[in-house]
Design a protein around this ligand. Structure first.
Ligand code: ADE
Length: 238
């Protein structure tokens, strides 16, 4: 019964989900909040795939809607990211996500401290939201088999396209981040609040520094293809 629940897959941009949509056997689609949810199977696994649009609010709306409408047993966020000390083309599987732009420091909280209301009463306070260990391990294993490996580490999320060396260094020093993007941490928070396991798989499309505005469009297509291939292969085992 548990295996009949779909795996949810969310990508921000068309290019990040297109190859997966092309490969899936689609049995139907539904529209909620302006987003299209494609239902079917991929590599024999029931799945629901949606393009959420860029940024934390779009991603949160998509993840929450997906959870309420389809009760996925796992949500995977897939796409490209800016590298923090990595190279273009490298793969990153999140061990945990942080929201680098969540700032209640004037109130005395550490940067990135989230307030999570899963039960009545006082909120839980966390900076890192851990990804599902089994899903992350399997993605790393498949990455090893197909591409010779992937990095495991912190994925930092914020409503900002990072193209700045100093900010990049700050992400490394403050959060120990390996990649920066605009959706994973938001999807992680929605999944955490709903007690739904999540994973984040990203390929580095740019170095999140001064070269990013040129590198990002040049490398996004092939990086997205890389994550799509890996995910398609892994899905039968997740
Ligand atoms: N997604 C891909 N590259 C990115 C960057 N440099 N900053 C934020 N999100 C990204």
């Amino acid at each position: 019964m548990e295996n009949k629940r779909p795996i949810g897959i969310i990508g921000a941009m068309g290019v990040e989900v297109r190859a997966l949509l092309d490969a899936m056997e689609e049995t139907g689609q539904e529209r909620f909040a302006g987003l299209v949810f494609h239902v079917g199977s991929l590599s024999g696994a029931p799945c629901v795939i949606a393009q959420c649009g860029e940024g934390k609010v779009n991603a949160a709306v998509c993840a929450q809607t997906m959870i309420l409408q389809y009760a996925p047993r796992l949500v995977i966020n897939v796409g490209v990211a800016g590298g923090v000390g990595l190279n273009i083309g490298d793969l990153v599987v999140a061990s945990a996500c942080v929201q680098h732009d969540f700032d209640a420091t004037p109130m005395g909280y550490p940067l990135g401290n989230l307030f999570l209301y899963r039960d009545e009463g006082e909120p839980e306070q966390r900076i890192e939201l851990p990804a599902d260990g089994a899903a992350a391990a399997l993605l790393l294993e498949e990455a090893q088999a197909i591409y010779g490996g992937a990095y495991s580490g912190i994925v930092a999320t914020g409503d900002q396209f990072v193209a700045d060396k100093a900010k990049n260094q700050w992400l490394h020093e403050t959060f120990g981040a390996k990649a920066v993007e605009m959706e994973g941490g938001s999807i992680a928070q929605v999944c955490y609040m709903n007690r739904t396991p999540f994973a984040v798989l990203r390929a580095i499309s740019d170095n999140a520094d001064g070269g990013s505005p040129v590198d990002f469009p040049a490398f996004t297509q092939e990086c997205a293809a890389k994550t799509a291939r890996l995910l398609t292969q892994a899905l039968g085992r997740l």
